[in-house]
Design a protein around this ligand. Structure first.
Ligand SMILES: [Zn+2]
Length: 478
């Protein structure tokens, strides 16, 4: 959960704009049925981009942002749709991911940057995402998603919370827009290759990029499948296809650019892995040092710290608890707004404080897309912020969870543990190598807080016995 970025996602509006028309695809030249005009495409993409920036947050490093934007813009300006309002942002997300929204809003995560070795790799990934936009995969996907999910934008706080639960299974709302199908992905790789080559990048970097993804994937990605992999074809096939692309070009790649040093230098100090300042779990207890609160989930529940909420799901997956920051209203007003939504039936309300913090609570029932649910909601004021604590379950299961909901709500309290308050993230640090070192030697000489296998992957090689060359920068994690 990121600070000040947890405003409930407003999904309204995104849906309201559908209109049927026919447009020429700028890449294929074919006329095709499109639900959305270009200006609508831009508008919907930008609206959602604002949501992404707010809910996930951007890496607070203007030099890095400017660097990535510069590369992206150069590639995009040379594409088939140079006049779109292109934007390129690095989001503060440890997942290995990159994605494109309709209209040209492109995002890469700090997680994927950490594993890249040079600017050319970055260019192929940005080019791939640009390709999803120029070929209109993104807008087609969003149109399809709209047709399939006509109710997506009902604008109800509750329905977005329900979706947040679904997000646990589907790894987030973004997936809705990210699954393009194999042909679209191959086409996007073609574009990534073409755009990078056109900007004189050493496109062999596309191969090393897929090799890296393959390694991280094979290793289980530290228990977390990189999102770019879960939504994209098998890296091995992509390596083979890239070899075909490489065989088909006449350009002399020995004169092309990798730009390793300028790229890697921008990674020095970049946060690696989860950032505990945005909250971390110790068992079922969630600690948030920056906001100085703690909150307990019931024992045995599956928990996850998402950008917009911290959520827990019961072992039977029939109940959930979510903590979020809904908006600026005081508890009483926020509760009134929640209970005032269509389909919500108030069972009881109370104004009893939680650990001394002013609060407004209610038991409720609600008609949602996924059936009738029942639960308890509390809004409480702490440190100038209003928190929303929501527990709900299917109507059948709800009576069994009321005690757990109440207990979790009552667990919300000030975080006072000095160690928890002081916890800092790990960061990538660069070491200039004065002689060749194997990763094992490097790891002994410059220890990291991650295993040697991760150090190897971060440095673009596969194992501890592989050599890191003198004269280059090597990455460690401290
Ligand atoms: Zn893709």
């Amino acid at each position: 959960m990121s600070v000040a970025r947890m405003a409930a996602r407003a999904w309204v509006g995104v849906v309201a704009m559908a209109a049927v028309g026919c447009a020429t695809n700028p890449v294929t030249g074919r006329r095709e049925l499109s639900l959305i005009s270009e200006s609508q495409e831009i508008q919907m993409g930008q609206q959602y981009a604002v949501e992404v920036r707010q809910s996930t947050g951007l890496v607070p490093d203007s030099a890095l942002q400017q660097y990535v934007r510069g590369i992206g813009l150069r590639l995009a300006k040379a594409s088939e749709r140079p006049n779109l309002p292109w934007s390129f942002d690095v989001v503060d997300d440890p997942a290995i991911n990159a994605f494109a929204l309709p209209g040209g809003s492109i995002f890469v995560t700090r997680g994927i940057l950490a594993y890249m070795q040079n600017e050319a790799e970055l260019a192929t990934v940005l080019g791939h995402e640009i390709g999803h936009v120029t070929a209109k995969h993104s807008v087609q996907q969003m149109s399809r998603a709209q047709l399939a999910q006509g109710l997506l934008g009902v604008g109800s706080i509750l329905s977005s919370d329900v979706a947040a639960v679904a997000g646990i299974a589907s790894q987030g709302l973004g997936v809705l827009f990210l699954k393009y199908g194999r042909d679209a992905e191959t086409q996007a790789d073609d574009f990534g290759f073409k755009y990078s080559l056109g900007d004189n990048y050493d496109v062999r970097a596309m191969r090393t990029m897929f090799e890296m993804l393959g390694r991280v994937s094979a290793s289980g990605g530290g228990g977390k499948l990189p999102q770019w992999l879960s939504t994209h074809p098998d890296p091995e096939n992509r390596v083979a296809k890239t070899d075909q692309r490489l065989a088909g070009i006449t350009a002399d790649l020995s004169k092309s650019k990798l730009n390793r040093d300028p790229f890697v230098r921008h990674l020095d100090g970049l946060v690696y892995g989860e950032n505990p300042r945005q909250g971390f779990f110790v068992g079922e207890r969630f600690n948030h040092p920056d906001l100085a609160f703690r909150f307990d989930f019931p024992a045995g529940w599956k928990t996850q710290n998402q950008p917009s909420a911290v959520v827990g799901v019961s072992p039977n997956q029939d109940g959930m608890i979510a903590l979020s920051i809904p908006g600026p209203e005081a508890p009483e007003q926020a509760l009134g707004k929640f209970l005032g939504q269509q389909g919500i039936v108030t069972v009881t309300t109370s104004r009893s404080a939680v650990n001394g913090f002013p609060a407004a609570q209610a038991e409720f029932q609600a008609q949602t897309q996924s059936g009738v649910v029942a639960g308890r909601i509390a809004f409480l004021a702490y440190g100038g912020t209003t928190y929303q604590l929501l527990g709900y379950a299917t109507a059948a299961a709800a009576p069994g969870y009321q005690g757990a909901f109440q207990q979790s709500i009552q667990s919300f309290n000030r975080l006072t543990d000095p160690a928890a308050l002081a916890r800092q993230p790990s960061r990538i640090r660069l070491v200039r190598l004065t002689r060749d070192l194997t990763v094992d030697e490097f790891h002994r000489q410059y220890p990291s807080v991650v295993p040697v296998s991760a150090v190897a992957f971060l440095n673009g090689v596969g194992a501890g016995s592989d050599v890191l060359k003198a004269g280059g920068w090597a990455k460690r994690v401290q």
